[in-house]
Design a protein around this ligand. Structure first.
Ligand code: CA2
Length: 157
């Protein structure tokens, strides 16, 4: 059975490609979904892809990912990155290997974007690669999960 990766997107990311292209690029969220599907297929993963403008809805989806035994969680918490202890708690409670993605390099932007609560629960964080960051996160999840399941290698005495 294929392994399932949840890809969750936070508030306003439904506007990708429609506003502020100088910051966020011209690709739409549908383009992001297509990219994720193609990259996941290459690794034998299924994708569950959602965007919500509501904190509670995102938390419910993280719970769902855990209940359904997802293999990994990839999340762009968007503005909630910088405000939401509740989202952090949901990711921590999920116990899922979680990879945080930001389209922009949040560290070159306003100081309030430099800190993400969610990062404290993330296995890896990718920012500044545009929407390719989602593909890199899927590749990274596949590599880490493969190495976690690889048989132990013999070391020289
Ligand atoms: O760089 C990212 O991916 C962000 O998570 C995007 C968030 C921002 O609050 C974070 O600091 C960094 C904003 C998402 C809003 O997306 C829009 C896309 C196009 C036009 C307007 C908003």
């Amino acid at each position: 059975m294929a392994k399932t990766v949840y890809v969750l997107n936070g508030p306003n990311l439904n506007l990708l490609g429609t506003r502020e292209p100088e910051k966020y690029g011209s690709a739409s969220l549908a383009d992001v979904e297509r990219l994720c599907l193609a990259r996941a297929k290459a690794h034998g993963f299924d994708i569950v892809f959602h965007q919500s403008n509501h904190e509670g809805a995102l938390i419910d989806l993280i719970h769902e990912a855990r209940e359904r035994g997802a293999t990994a969680l990839i999340i762009n918490p968007a503005g909630y990155s910088h405000t939401s202890v509740a989202l952090l708690d949901a990711v921590l409670a999920s116990g899922l290997p979680t990879f945080e993605v930001h389209v922009t390099n949040i560290h070159t932007r306003e100081p309030f974007r430099h800190h993400s609560y969610v990062s404290a629960a993330a296995r890896g964080v990718i920012c500044g690669f545009g929407i390719e960051g989602y593909g890199l996160a899927i590749d990274g999840a596949a590599a880490l999960l493969a190495s976690a399941h690889a048989p132990a290698r013999k070391t020289r005495a």
